[in-house]
Design a binder for this molecule. Structure first.
Ligand SMILES: C[S@@+](CC[C@H](N)C(=O)[O-])C[C@H]1O[C@@H](n2cnc3c(N)ncnc32)[C@H](O)[C@@H]1O
Length: 250
């Protein structure tokens, strides 16, 4: 007589094997669905109130207020005229560009964020735009800024082509993205461009983002007649955190 409980049973092994395989498959399908469903604009639209509060909290965003924003303001110090803050969110950064020699507009594809921006900063003209960079205005600009927007954009060439058409000849586009030396950690090899998933905010949500080397960014911008004129790396505890780039329309 044999005691089955102590013997290796191929049927049991098969069941456990397939249950584990099934669980892994379900997990990956769910994960993939989450990635596909939550697009960045929908995310910012849904969490607009929370994001707006966080974005205006100088303590919680010390790095942005003390290091990154001053870097971008310094890079654009000498530029006057019409300014557009593309992907302006709640408009916290747009207001910092206001000066007597500038007229500032802001735009964002999230209607909820745009509503908050309009209520909070009434002296600025907030206008609609879509996530392809089509802005609802006939104006052209001396300076377009895009702080922490382009790493959410997969088809950056489309946005750059649309934004470039809104920049005056000799005008500038200034942008800030997570530094590629930092985002490179999501990949095993030194790739020029690749999508990764990372947590955003403190809500336990993840979004798809795009890693691009400076070289890759330079090519994309050159294709839209935008020439890189200044590059600044902003450090946090001696580690590169932001890549800030000023480009000029040829
Ligand atoms: C991290 S927030 C930055 C907001 C603001 N620029 C700032 O620094 O406070 C990202 C913003 O980019 C916007 N955004 C995401 N994808 C975009 C796209 N394809 N085109 C324009 N804006 C986009 C979001 O709606 C959100 O307002």
């Amino acid at each position: 007589m044999t005691d089955k409980g102590h013997q290796f049973d191929p049927d049991d092994f098969e069941t456990v094997y397939f249950q584990t395989f099934e669980a892994i498959l379900v997990y990956f399908c769910y994960y993939k669905i989450m990635i596909d469903v939550i697009n960045p604009v929908a995310y910012y639209d849904e969490w607009a109130d929370v994001f707006a509060k966080q974005a205006s909290n100088e303590k919680a965003n010390r790095f942005e207020y003390e290091k990154n924003m001053p870097s971008l303001l310094a890079m654009s110090e000498s530029i006057t005229g019409d300014v557009l803050d593309f992907g302006c969110g709640a408009g916290n950064f747009s207001v910092m560009f206001q000066r007597q020699d500038r007229v500032v507009d802001g735009c964002d594809p999230s209607n909820n964020l745009l509503g908050i921006a309009r209520e909070s900063h009434q002296a600025i003209n907030f206008i609609s735009c879509n996530s392809d960079g089509e802005v609802e205005t006939d104006k052209t600009y001396d300076l377009i800024i895009a702080k922490l927007v382009f790493h959410y954009v997969v088809d950056l060439d489309i946005i750059l082509s649309n934004l470039s058409s809104k920049i005056k000849e000799g005008g500038h586009l200034l942008f800030s993205v997570p530094h590629p030396d930092k985002t490179q950690r999501h990949f095993n090899s030194n790739i020029k461009e690749g999508m990764y998933v990372d947590e955003v905010g403190n809500f336990g949500l993840t979004l798809t983002m795009v890693h691009r080397t400076l070289d890759r960014l330079g090519t994309l911008f050159a294709d839209s007649n935008l020439d890189i004129v200044e590059i600044v790396t902003v450090y946090d505890n001696e580690k590169p955190k932001r890549l800030n780039v000023l480009t000029r329309k040829l």
